[in-house]
Design a protein around this ligand. Structure first.
Ligand code: COA
Ligand code: ZN
Length: 301
């Protein structure tokens, strides 16, 4: 049994912002290797217009492939009703909607205001979707490169609206503005408003605080984390956004603390080799894979 749940978002958040396209067959091999390392949840792509993000054009085929991996929860991002219908058609187990708390980012990212986007998600949730989980992810929850500060009351209000019809709500630091004190404060505030529906934490490492923020969220009771192999990632519609918190380092942090992730680090490094082999010119990061595991390292039981 794992103490924390890590969702690998590299195939979606990572590849949407990568300079190099990964071939469909290479994506499949990478996803299979991630699952073999013990990742039980992978966000494999997004259902957005292929013209807008060509790297996500094969998401339907990728979802169909990933569904065949036993025990894997296959997550896809959708920005609207059409994306949700495509996700249902392809057989995703969970669909995540990005709902920006920043009006400027919302309009740039999905061409809707935050209020319009909440209504779009509500429309989707009202459609029959047997067995499919819906997550509302409050993006730019900790600040926005376009708007600057994002009032905490706006985040609480959007999270509360989403909690009415979503199975789970996440808070996302889309542009890497968060600090650990803010993370503890905001997760505590939102939990006071919506209780256990608040699940996921999605951090970017833009200012080097991704892992510190993840630890702060853990200490504030969060048990579901997004991260990206090699620290790939970033939103193409948020200027200055860069990579997610690095999966390899996040797993190392938890395992060395005695917090079980269910993920095998040596196998994770094998998946990393597939990633760097498939897009060799894309810079990838990670302290733990570069330094190696400490002598005598023992994973959490
Ligand atoms: N998948 C595929 N095609 C879609 C689509 C989807 N989810 N949503 C809309 N389209 C198509 C429409 O059918 C239409 O096609 P047509 O020109 O052939 O008629 C075209 O795209 C424009 O549709 P429209 O509803 O006007 O969309 P838009 O141009 O206002 O864009 C979004 C709105 C939400 C589709 C777009 O902003 C988007 O995909 N945003 C997400 C960006 C993202 O992935 N960000 C990073 C992750 S947070
Ligand atoms: Zn992100």
């Amino acid at each position: 049994m794992s103490d924390v749940h890590i969702c690998e978002v590299g195939p979606r958040d990572g590849l949407q912002n990568a300079r190099h396209l990964m071939a469909t067959e290479a994506k499949k091999a990478w996803i299979a290797a991630l699952a073999a390392a013990g990742l039980e949840e992978i966000e494999v792509g997004s259902f957005v217009p292929p013209k807008l993000i060509p790297a996500m054009a094969d998401t339907g085929e990728i979802v169909a492939f990933a569904r065949m991996i036993p025990g894997l929860k296959v997550v896809a991002l959708a920005p609207n009703l059409k994306g949700f219908q495509r996700a249902l058609g392809a057989g995703a187990h969970k669909v995540t909607f990005p709902v920006s708390a920043s009006r400027a980012h919302s309009e740039s990212n999905v061409r809707m205001t935050p209020e319009q986007m909440v209504e779009e998600v509500r429309k989707c949730a009202l459609l029959p979707h047997p067995g499919v989980e819906i997550e509302g992810a409050v993006s730019t929850a900790f600040g926005c490169t376009m708007q600057g500060q994002v009032p905490e009351d706006d985040v609480v209000r959007i999270a509360a609206a989403l909690a009415e019809f979503c199975d789970a709500v996440a808070l996302a630091d889309t542009v890497g503005y968060a600090n650990p004190a803010q993370v503890k404060r905001l997760f505590t505030k939102v939990r006071a408003a919506i209780g256990a529906k608040l699940e996921g934490a999605h951090f970017h490492d833009t200012r080097g605080l991704g892992i510190a923020n993840a630890l702060a969220a853990y200490e504030a009771g969060v048990r579901h984390f997004d991260s990206s192999m090699g620290g790939l990632g970033g939103c193409p519609f948020a200027p200055g956004a860069s990579g997610n918190v690095i999966t390899e380092d996040l797993v190392f942090m938890f395992e060395s603390m005695g917090v079980a992730t269910g993920i095998d680090l040596e196998r994770l490094f094998k998946a990393r080799a597939l990633l760097s082999g498939a897009i060799p010119d894309e810079p990838i990061y990670g302290h733990t894979p570069q330094a190696g595991l400490p002598k005598g390292f023992r994973a959490a039981a």
